[in-house]
Structure formats: structure tokens, C-alpha cells
Design a protein around this ligand. Structure first.
Ligand code: NAP
Length: 311
């Protein structure tokens, strides 16, 4: 068997087309995102540029508030409370990582649940657990959208989630329960990971370890949704590391799955790059539209409603 590749870029562009229509429907109220960036983290700076570009393309105003690494928790929370009160602000993004001693989840929980477009406020995580998701963490939502695109039945399926972070692993596992799948969550202390994954119809992996999931660890015909993003050295045909003109090592992106071996066994697999990543960016804009509708008191379709997706 050779797995079908789930094309995240095509999926994202379909989602964004719909989002564009929804943004036009909300006119004349412009959507405005405010991103809080504290300190100087290189990866965050790249992520912010991508967010800025995506917002620009969709006609969403994107404002960056860059604060010094010495900003205190009280100062940051006061900023968030001002933004919560500002009717012109649709959504608030808190860039991670935060410099120590700022505590990410404690501060994130101060963002009003209706402006929490990353879906990380305890109220939004709680809504998933209650089976009534509103604003779902973008990566979790993207992973589920990739899975739904395959059309495989979810009711009664065995789903294994490798990784149990609050941002990715746990929300996905609870969303799978809402679809009446049987969800198993694996983590660093799980004994015999392969014994769990090889019985699963669906395997998600969000760990950050390249090659963790290999073809011999999955059931023939399983769906593999690879969320991991890892930088690995780019090798030449002889297997030696390559370097750029300045002598710096070259890298490529790889997921947690060993793509070549998994592809021979799975029925569907997401590539890295080009799988869950582009869909995650689209979900940020999708959540922005949802947030705007909640704030305006407009009706919204249920998010990931098992009844409307499949029985
Ligand atoms: P994280 O908070 O570091 O979580 C990683 C999880 O993997 C933890 O729950 C950890 O358990 C678990 N783990 C570590 N080693 C393991 C092992 N050998 N077997 C099973 N589980 C193990 O990271 P995250 O934020 O969830 O992100 C995970 C990956 O997804 C990263 O590669 C990240 O770059 C990627 N990511 C991708 C997107 C996207 O848009 N595609 C978005 C966000 C993140 P313990 O906590 O117990 O150690």
C-alpha cells in the first residue's frame, strides 16, 4: 500500500476561501488582531512575520505590541485587560515562548475567552471537554481537519495521540472522544509505544522527535497525522551534512514520522512540511472570524459537530 498524501496547502486554501467570504459578510466591521511579543525570540519573530503576511492577504488588521523582556506579569496582564475592553480588538495573540519568569498559561488565561483566538483559555479548553467547542487551539483544529478530509469513519475507531501537551495533544484526544473514537494518550512515560500505535486506526503525533514513528509501528491502512516539526541536517547523496556559502549547516524540516516507511503502510499521511502546518495558519483566521461573530452576537455553526460531519 502507498498512502495518499493529505495536501495541507490545498486544504488551507479551501478554508481561507470560505474565511474570505465570511470576512466580507462581517464588513463594515474590520477585523483586528493584536499580537503581544515579549523579549526577542528568533522563532517567534519568524512566526509573527507569517501571521502578519496571512492577515494582510485576508484584509485583517494586524498590530504588533513588542514589549521588553523585563516586562512584569502585572504590566502584561494590565495590557491584556486594556485589549479585552477595547471593542476595536477582535483577537489577542500571546507569542510563545515568554521570557522567564513570565508563566505562559497563567497569562494566557487572562485573555477574554471570546478574544482568545488561539483557543487556550481554560474556558475554551473546558468547552472541548464538555463537547461544545467554541474556539479550539489552532493546531488541534488543523489536525482534526486533516483527518476529516480523508473521510475515514471516526465512530468506534481507535485513535492514539502521541504527546500530551495542553496546546496540542490533550485537546486532540478530547476532540476525538467527541467523535466517539476511543482515544489513547501516550507520553514520555508510556511503556511500549509501538504496542499502542500498531493497534490504532488513527495515529496523531506531536512530540518533536524526528523519526519517532516508523512504518513497523502502525497498522496497515491506518491514518497518520504528523504534527511534529523538527529541523534536521540536510544531507547530500553520500549522506554527508551540507553547508551554505557561509559554511553554515543546511537544514530541512521533518515531522515525527519516518515518512518513507510510514507511507508504505498507512492509508493516508500528512507530509512535513505541507501538511498540518499550513492548515494551522488558516485556522487562526477561521478562529478570528468566529471570535468576531461571538463578539457581535451573531450565530455561528457548531465547531466540529460530529452530527454534521459523519455518524
Ligand atoms: P511539547 O509541549 O514539547 O509536547 C511534546 C509532548 O511529547 C509532551 O507531551 C512530551 O511528554 C511528549 N513526549 C516526549 N517524548 C516522548 C516520547 N518519546 N514518546 C511519547 N511522547 C513523548 O510540544 P508541543 O507544543 O505539543 O509540540 C509538539 C510538536 O508539534 C513540536 O515538534 C512542535 O514544533 C510541533 N507543532 C507543530 C505545529 C503545527 O502547526 N504543525 C504547531 C504547534 C506545534 P512530557 O511532557 O511528559 O515530556
Amino acid at each position: 500500500m502507498t498512502a495518499r498524501i493529505i495536501d495541507g496547502r490545498a486544504l488551507a486554501s479551501g478554508i481561507l476561501e470560505r474565511v474570505r467570504v465570511q470576512i466580507a459578510e462581517l464588513s463594515p466591521h474590520p477585523l483586528r488582531l493584536v499580537s503581544l511579543y515579549i523579549g526577542n525570540d528568533e522563532a517567534s519573530a519568524v512566526y509573527i512575520r507569517n501571521q502578519q503576511r496571512s492577515c494582510q492577504r485576508m484584509g485583517v488588521q494586524f498590530d504588533l505590541i513588542h514589549l521588553d523582556a523585563s516586562t512584569t506579569e502585572e504590566e502584561l496582564i494590565a495590557r491584556i485587560q486594556d485589549l479585552n475592553r477595547d471593542p476595536e480588538v477582535t483577537g489577542i495573540l500571546l507569542q510563545r515562548p515568554l521570557p522567564a519568569p513570565l508563566h505562559h498559561l497563567r497569562i494566557q488565561s487572562k485573555i477574554h475567552p471570546d478574544k482568545d483566538i488561539e483557543g487556550l483559555n481554560p474556558a475554551n479548553i473546558g468547552a472541548i471537554v464538555y463537547g461544545t467547542p467554541k474556539l479550539v487551539p489552532c493546531t488541534a483544529l488543523a489536525a482534526i481537519r486533516c483527518l476529516l478530509s480523508t473521510g475515514v469513519p471516526l465512530k468506534g475507531a481507535d485513535a492514539v495521540m502521541v504527546g500530551h501537551s495542553e496546546v496540542v495533544g490533550k485537546p486532540i484526544a478530547f476532540l476525538m472522544l467527541n467523535f466517539f473514537a476511543t482515544a489513547t494518550i501516550c507520553h514520555v512515560a508510556t511503556q511500549d509505544l509501538a504496542a499502542k500505535t500498531e493497534r490504532a486506526d488513527i495515529v496523531f503525533t506531536a512530540v518533536g522527535k524526528p523519526g519517532l514513528l516508523t512504518g513497523d509501528m502502525i497498522k496497515p491502512g491506518a491514518v497518520v497525522i504528523d504534527i511534529g516539526i523538527n529541523q534536521v541536517p540536510l544531507l547530500d547523496a553520500e549522506g554527508n551534512p551540507t553547508h551554505d556559502e557561509q559554511g553554515r549547516p543546511r537544514y530541512r524540516l521533518q515531522g515525527d514520522a519516518d515518512f518513507d516507511s510510514v507511507r508504505k503502510v498507512a492509508s493516508h499521511v500528512t507530509p512535513v512540511p505541507g501538511g498540518v502546518g499550513p492548515v494551522t495558519v488558516a485556522m487562526l483566521l477561521h478562529n478570528t472570524v468566529l471570535a468576531a461573530r461571538h463578539q457581535a452576537g451573531l450565530p455561528t455553526d457548531p465547531v466540529l459537530d460530529p452530527q454534521s460531519v459523519q455518524s
